[in-house]
Ligand binder design. Sequence first.
Ligand SMILES: [Zn+2]
Ligand SMILES: [Zn+2]
Length: 348
Amino acid sequence: MTEQGYDGTPVAALRRIAFLLERGRADSYKVKAYRGAAAAVLPLAPDEIAARAAAGTLTELPGVGASTARVIAEAVAGRMPDKLAEVEEQYGAPLTADGAGTALRAGLRGDLHSHSDWSDGGSPIEEMAMTAMELGHDYLVLTDHSPRLKVARGLSAERLTRQLGVVEAVNAHLARAGFRLLKGIEVDILDDGSLDQTEEMLARLEVRVASVHSKLAMDPEPLTRRMVAAVRNPFTNVLGHCTGRLVTGNRGTRAESRFDARTVFEACAEEGVAVEINSRPERRDPPTRLLELARDAGCLFSIDSDAHAPGQLDYPLLGCERAEAAGIDADRIVNTWPVERLLEWARP
Ligand SMILES: [Zn+2]
Ligand SMILES: [Zn+2]
């Protein structure tokens, strides 16, 4: 949904509020009320919504509470809902100043890193896909976590198999709109550099992001070996948030993990593995000096949202601003490519 995402209907008002709250990284539970209410009124005829607003019976609908009913009633009355005005004021500004990153962002066709409520995301798969489509993407790769990451409800091979069926069902609905939800994973890089999913499952996927999520403070030498082994794995397409640092936000800060970045990036360049530019505001990973090192090593890049909620699918503009500042050519950014070229590149 763009800045113009509010068309005056109650559903659009509720979804726009949710989108902006998520973009501002509000907790998912605060956003759920708005998405739930949007889903509740979506199937109703405009007449019925208006009649309920007039009679004060909107809250009898399951999923509609006092504050969401107020948003609906205000939209029905043809005014800008107060809550929407408030979140537009708080979170509605462009993510970058002076249009930075917008030229490159206009060339992005998709996003290679996103999570649904099957792992630690806050929204269902179809909601992520719909929002990616609204943002103008041709494709979104669904990359829920792998089994070892239990805190994030990482998917076993069995659950991933079921998820692939859901992805196919979603695609059956969205294919006519020219959009594709791609089968993916954010697979943990285990201590020895192997990947945390069976080869059989990895082979069934279309794009694989490999990330370090544990023992980030490991000594530089073994960590370098671990990362290089993952990069050399024929299934790896993207090296996710390479330093693991956190620069801001409610999870606190975390120092960069230490490894020989030149060696890792040279391996990425040799293997055609894309170095992720993780656009999350609290990550901004890799840091600028490493982004420039990867650029000079000849690496490919992927500018990803790592979205855990639909509104966060808007983050890649932040990564585009950084890629532009580093002078990285658009053609070296794999998500500027058409989907056929991307899939060809990602095939093991
Ligand atoms: Zn991750
Ligand atoms: Zn992730």
